[in-house]
Every structure is written in structure tokens, then in C-alpha cells.
Write a protein that binds this ligand. Structure first.
Ligand code: ADP
Length: 633
């Protein structure tokens, strides 16, 4: 027999287990029982369609046995068992998302108290034992194998005898040390209390032989005598947590269940537990996480809720229960109305499931709105984690779901660079303001530097600051809020002038028509037109865009895969502040020195590009122009 090495991540985790602090150690039992329960569920589920399983529903059980003399605690299940390969793969490596996530986080913040909060699976057995033996026979196999390990050095796998399908895990409990008492894990009362504490809701019976002393009738006047009486007791109540009444459950119950079941080491930010009757009868226990899981914004992430039928898990991640924009929600639904052996394909078309999904969406939306109203701080935290997903939700499916989500999104604004909702913006609009203004840029600070920002602010209008790529697309899809249209302050349609001011500007632009044509010619195709504007307060120039495609949208669209040569182009206009001394200078150059005017035009275009945040195409030319101007007599 050869000893195999653990994979490196597993070894690291194993070291941590072995050296973990004492108070965490008790969770090993919860972990082993959860695994056993999952194995029972798997075989039970198979038994619904496979008559060969041959175990009646009420025969599935988990057994705990204590042998004080030999210092062993045994966890036995008659679940699906593991083959030789599965023993090797499942117990030799840690590749599960939960453990991986835990490891990553732990590398960042060393010594954090994670183990106590978060399930680390099978390896936790090594917190209390110096030798772990796993004998298992997989369903459908006529061989059994024994996996054994004494810790970080490695493990061995060899054939063994086992009559029935299932798994027996034997832990050899460590000896007591000066400050750690391991004997307690060989005490029936302590084990029984641990089952109550952590595994009460497990839906299979967890049984243990209990020995109590019973008084034997003795003759009067004699010392009382006792005899040992043993009985098999079921230690857990078997009522799933979600079927219990809310007032029976504490926040801690909810949070522990969440962390264990959904592999998070943070408490959730909100728990939604409810029961409906009527058209769709189900219990739902939903959680809104604080932080996105590490793979949330990747293709690997799978959304979905656990789906139970009358307390039995029938699907681990039922995607149809959650719309994409609420894909961050974790939890489960237990319905009376679904058939147990429904297949995935028929499930998709199940009217009942659709009905459940619809009511879930409503409920989640309602809870998020409540959170926004009642606990702004928590909502903002939540929004930082998942706001992008909501904004994508507006934009996706041609805006089909925009009305569900529009009141859940927020942007920073010019008012105090804090989050505002569209509703809050609309309620705060100044008199006579008919439009919702927004501006795009990488950061709030960069947006504040845009030349257009001052003018809009000076009018007393609030500006939404859009700093994510998806933001402007989402607003374009929304088109309006409460009857008010959205406008990018860099759009050429931005017009804050009075009628008289507008007229005066038109006249001025008309008079300078030829000069603008000469300037445009010097700059070339990069811009669509040049003109004067009133909207710049102290800045000489800015870039605006005509036709609804902004510079930011151009950037985002062209960075998408598959655009190839079909690049989108924003139609840019170079606008010049008519009140700035540069306006007079340009007019003079047009009369006296057309070559210098051409250079000025290019320079001003370069300036405008820089200010807009877009950067310049040809920095060398720009720099040369600046230098030649500096050295001019
Ligand atoms: P996790 O439970 O998070 O998947 P574990 O380290 O606890 O991680 O277990 C690894 C895998 O080993 C499980 O996913 C399961 O496939 C298998 N396993 C563990 N215990 C049992 C058991 N009692 N019966 C059958 N399979 C088991």
C-alpha cells in the first residue's frame, strides 16, 4: 500500500485544521453529519426512480457511536457511498468553491476567525482526531474501500469488507492535552447537545445509543443500586429550519444556516423567510449576501435557488426561480405542489414553478425597497456589491424588466457625491427643470472637471455621475423617469440658455460660419463641426456629441468583443466658449493669419480631447504644436 500526498491546498488547510483554536473544534460533527445527510439525499433521490435501491424512505439514517475505551467516535450513513476514485478525489483534494473562497480570503487577512463561522468540510475531522478512517461502499458497486489518514503526511486507500452501501467514518479522538479536553467528544451528552445545536433540522434521523442509569429496587435500608439501560435515541427534531415558525428562530439560527449551507463566512445582509398559500404554496428562505461570491462576476457563476419538494431536495441550483438581475439571492424554496421525480426539462415548463418564480421576484423586489427605505446604509453596502447587476438588468432583454428595477438603482450625484435614487433626483428637481442631467467619466472627480459640469450646476441642477460602463446604456434604455427625459451634459442638445441668449448665439455662429469651416478642415474627420457655445463658464473649449452616442458609449461599444472593423463613432462637435478671450483671438487670426488659425484649431481640439478624458490620438503632434507656439515671436 502506497501513501498518497494531499494536494498542496488541501495540505495547507489540513495544517490549519490540526492547529486550529480549541473553540472551533466542535463544528467537525456538523460537517460530517451534513455530508452524511447529503449522501442520504442522493441515494433517496435515486430510489425514486430506481427500484433496485431497496431502501424504504424511513430507513435512511445517520448513526453515531461512541467507543470510550478505544477513543473512537463513528459516523455511519446508509447513503450513496463513494467509489475508490471518489474517495481519492473527494477526500484528497480541496477544490470546492467554498473552501477555495475561504483560502483566498484567508491569505489576505491572516489569522481571521473564519473556521468558527464557516464550514470547511471533511477536513475539520482532523481538528479532533489523530486518525481518520473512511470505509465506504458506493451504490451499484460490489467492492468497498477504506481511506485512512493520520494527518498532513498523506493518506492511503485499500480494499476493505463492507456488506452494505454507505459510509462509516471512524475518528480516533486525540488524547487530552494540558489545556484541551478532547474527552468531551466521547461523551454522549456532549455529542447529543452538539447535534441539537448544529444539526437539528437535518431531515434524516441522527441516532445514537444512549446509556442511562436506572435505579434497581433494593431492600429497604440498603444502599440504592443502579443498572445501565441502553436505548437508541433520535437526537434531532428533523424539522427543516425553513419550516419552523419565524418566532422560533433567532437571527443566529438563520445566519448559521446560511453560512453553512451557502458557503459564506459573512452573515447575510438580509433574510427573507415567508410562506405562501393559495395559488402557489411554498416556503421560501432567501438571503441577500453582503459581498458577492468570488466568482460572481465571472462566467462560472451559476445562479439559482435550492428547490425542495416537501422537504426533499430535488435540485441544487434551480436557475428558473431567479431572474438574472436578482441572481445574487441565495436560498431555497420548498413547495408542496411539485412532484418529487420531476425532471429538469419538464421543470422548465412547469406552470407552478413559473408562478413561484413570479411571486419570488415580487417579494425580493419588495424586500429590497424596504431595505432602501429602512436601512439606507445596508442598502448602499448591498448596492456597492450588486448594483451593477441591477443596472445590467435594466439594459438586458431590450429593457423588458426596466420597470421592476428602476427604483432600485442609484448613482452618485453632484449634490454631495452620495448615492441618490432616480426617485430622489426627480423629487429634488429645481423649478423649471424638465430634464434629468447626467455625466459620464471614470470617477466622480473626473466628471467634476468636465467643462460642462459648472454650467449645469450653476443653474441649480443636480447631475447624476455615471462611472460604470453600463450606466449610460441603462439610462438610454430607461429613456425617462417619471416623464422626465435623461440628458448627457456632453450632448450637443444641452441648452441652458434663455430664448434671447439662444438667438444671439445663433447670430454669432452664423457670422463665424466660414471661420468654423476653415477650423474643421484643419482638424479633419475627427469632428463633425465647430461652433460657439454659451454653456462654458471659465473653460475655453469642450467636446459634445450629436446623435445620441456619447464618447463613453463609443469607448464601451468598441471595446466589446466582435466589433471588428465595425467601430461605432460618436459625432463630435468642438464647442468654443464665445465669452472667452480665445474667441476674439480666433476671429482675428481668421482675418490675418489662416495658417496659425489652423494650428490653433488643432490645438483646441487636442485640449478638448484631454479635458473630456478621452485622451489625444497624436500626442507628438500636439506637443510639437505647443512648442512651436511657445517659441514664436
Ligand atoms: P463539501 O461537503 O463542501 O463538498 P467535503 O470536504 O466535506 O466538502 O466533502 C467532499 C466530498 O466528499 C463531498 O462533496 C462528497 O462528494 C464526498 N463525501 C463526503 N462525505 C461523504 C459521505 N458520508 N458519503 C458520500 N460522500 C461523501
Amino acid at each position: 500500500m502506497r501513501t498518497k500526498q494531499f494536494k498542496s491546498e488541501s495540505k495547507k488547510l489540513m495544517d490549519m485544521m490540526i492547529n486550529s483554536i480549541y473553540t472551533h473544534k466542535e463544528i467537525f460533527l456538523r460537517e460530517l453529519i451534513s455530508n452524511a445527510s447529503d449522501a442520504l439525499d442522493k441515494l433517496y433521490f435515486m430510489s425514486l426512480t430506481d427500484t433496485n435501491v431497496g431502501i424504504a424512505p424511513d430507513e435512511f439514517e445517520i448513526r453515531l457511536d461512541i467507543d470510550k475505551e478505544n477513543r473512537t467516535l463513528t459516523v455511519t450513513d446508509n447513503g450513496c457511498g463513494m467509489t475508490e476514485e471518489e474517495l481519492d478525489k473527494n477526500l484528497g483534494t480541496i477544490a470546492k468553491s467554498g473552501s477555495y473562497n475561504f483560502k483566498q480570503e484567508n491569505e489576505k487577512t491572516e489569522n481571521v476567525d473564519i473556521i468558527g463561522q464557516f464550514g470547511v468540510g471533511f477536513y475539520s475531522a482532523f481538528m479532533v482526531s489523530d486518525n481518520v478512517k473512511v470505509e465506504s461502499r458506493a451504490y451499484g458497486s460490489d467492492e468497498a474501500f477504506c481511506w485512512q489518514s493520520s494527518g498532513a503526511e498523506g493518506y492511503s486507500i485499500s480494499p476493505c469488507d463492507k456488506e452494505t452501501v454507505g459510509t462509516v467514518i471512524t475518528l480516533h479522538i486525540k488524547d487530552n492535552t494540558e489545556d484541551e479536553n478532547y474527552d468531551e467528544f466521547l461523551d454522549q451528552y456532549r455529542i447529543s447537545a452538539l447535534v441539537k445545536k448544529y444539526s437539528d433540522y437535518i431531515r434524516h434521523p441522527i441516532k445514537m445509543e444512549f446509556t442511562t442509569k436506572e435505579r434497581v429496587d433494593t431492600e429497604e435500608g440498603k444502599e440504592p443500586e443502579y443498572k445501565d439501560v441502553t436505548e437508541i435515541r433520535t437526537l434531532n427534531s428533523m424539522v427543516p429550519l425553513w419550516k419552523k415558525a419565524k418566532n422560533e428562530l433567532t437571527e443566529e439560527d438563520y445566519n448559521n444556516f446560511y453560512k453553512e449551507k451557502f458557503f459564506d463566512y459573512n452573515d447575510p445582509t438580509r433574510v427573507i423567510h415567508y410562506k405562501t398559500e393559495g395559488q402557489a404554496t411554498y416556503n421560501a428562505l432567501l438571503y441577500i449576501p453582503k459581498q458577492p461570491p468570488f466568482d460572481y462576476y465571472t462566467k462560472e457563476f451559476e445562479k439559482g435557488l435550492q428547490l425542495y419538494s416537501k422537504g426533499v431536495l430535488i435540485m441544487d441550483k434551480c436557475a428558473d426561480l431567479l431572474p438574472d438581475y436578482f441572481s445574487f439571492v441565495k436560498g431555497l424554496v420548498d413547495s408542496e405542489d411539485l412532484s418529487l421525480n420531476i425532471s429538469r426539462e419538464t421543470l422548465q415548463h412547469d406552470g407552478q414553478l413559473k408562478l413561484i418564480a413570479k411571486t419570488l421576484e415580487k417579494k425580493i423586489k419588495g424586500e429590497l425597497e424596504k431595505m432602501l427605505k429602512e436601512n439606507r446604509e445596508a442598502y448602499e453596502e448591498f448596492f456597492k456589491s450588486f448594483g451593477i447587476q441591477l443596472k445590467f438588468g435594466i439594459y438586458n432583454d431590450y429593457g423588458m424588466h426596466k420597470d421592476v428595477i428602476k427604483d432600485l438603482i442609484m448613482f452618485h450625484s453632484s449634490k454631495d457625491k452620495k448615492y441618490v435614487t432616480l426617485k430622489e433626483y426627480a423629487e429634488n428637481m429645481a423649478e423649471g427643470q424638465g430634464t434629468i442631467y447626467y455625466a459620464c467619466g471614470e470617477t466622480d472627480e473626473k466628471i467634476e472637471m468636465l467643462p460642462q459640469t459648472d454650467a449645469v450646476k450653476e443653474k441649480g441642477y443636480e447631475i447624476l455621475y455615471l462611472t460604470e460602463n453600463v450606466d449610460e446604456f441603462a439610462l438610454k434604455v430607461l429613456m425617462e423617469y417619471d416623464g422626465k427625459k435623461f440628458m448627457n451634459i456632453c450632448d450637443d442638445g444641452l441648452n441652458l440658455d434663455s430664448e434671447d441668449e439662444k438667438k444671439a448665439l445663433e447670430t454669432e455662429n452664423e457670422a463665424a460660419k466660414d471661420m468654423f469651416a476653415a477650423m474643421k478642415e484643419a482638424i479633419g474627420d475627427k469632428i463633425h463641426a465647430v461652433r460657439f457655445t454659451n454653456k462654458l463658464k471659465k473653460h475655453p473649449v469642450c467636446l459634445t456629441s450629436e446623435g445620441g452616442i456619447s464618447l463613453e458609449m463609443e469607448k464601451t461599444l468598441n471595446s466589446m468583443p466582435g466589433t471588428g472593423d465595425n467601430k461605432v463613432k460618436a459625432q463630435l462637435v468642438l464647442e468654443i466658449n464665445s465669452a472667452h478671450p480665445i474667441a476674439e483671438k480666433l476671429k482675428a487670426l481668421y482675418n490675418d493669419d489662416k495658417d496659425t488659425l489652423a494650428d490653433y484649431a488643432k490645438l483646441l481640439y487636442g485640449e478638448a480631447c484631454l479635458i473630456s478624458g478621452a485622451g489625444i490620438d497624436d500626442p507628438v503632434e500636439h506637443s510639437n504644436l505647443v512648442c512651436s507656439l511657445m517659441t514664436k515671436d
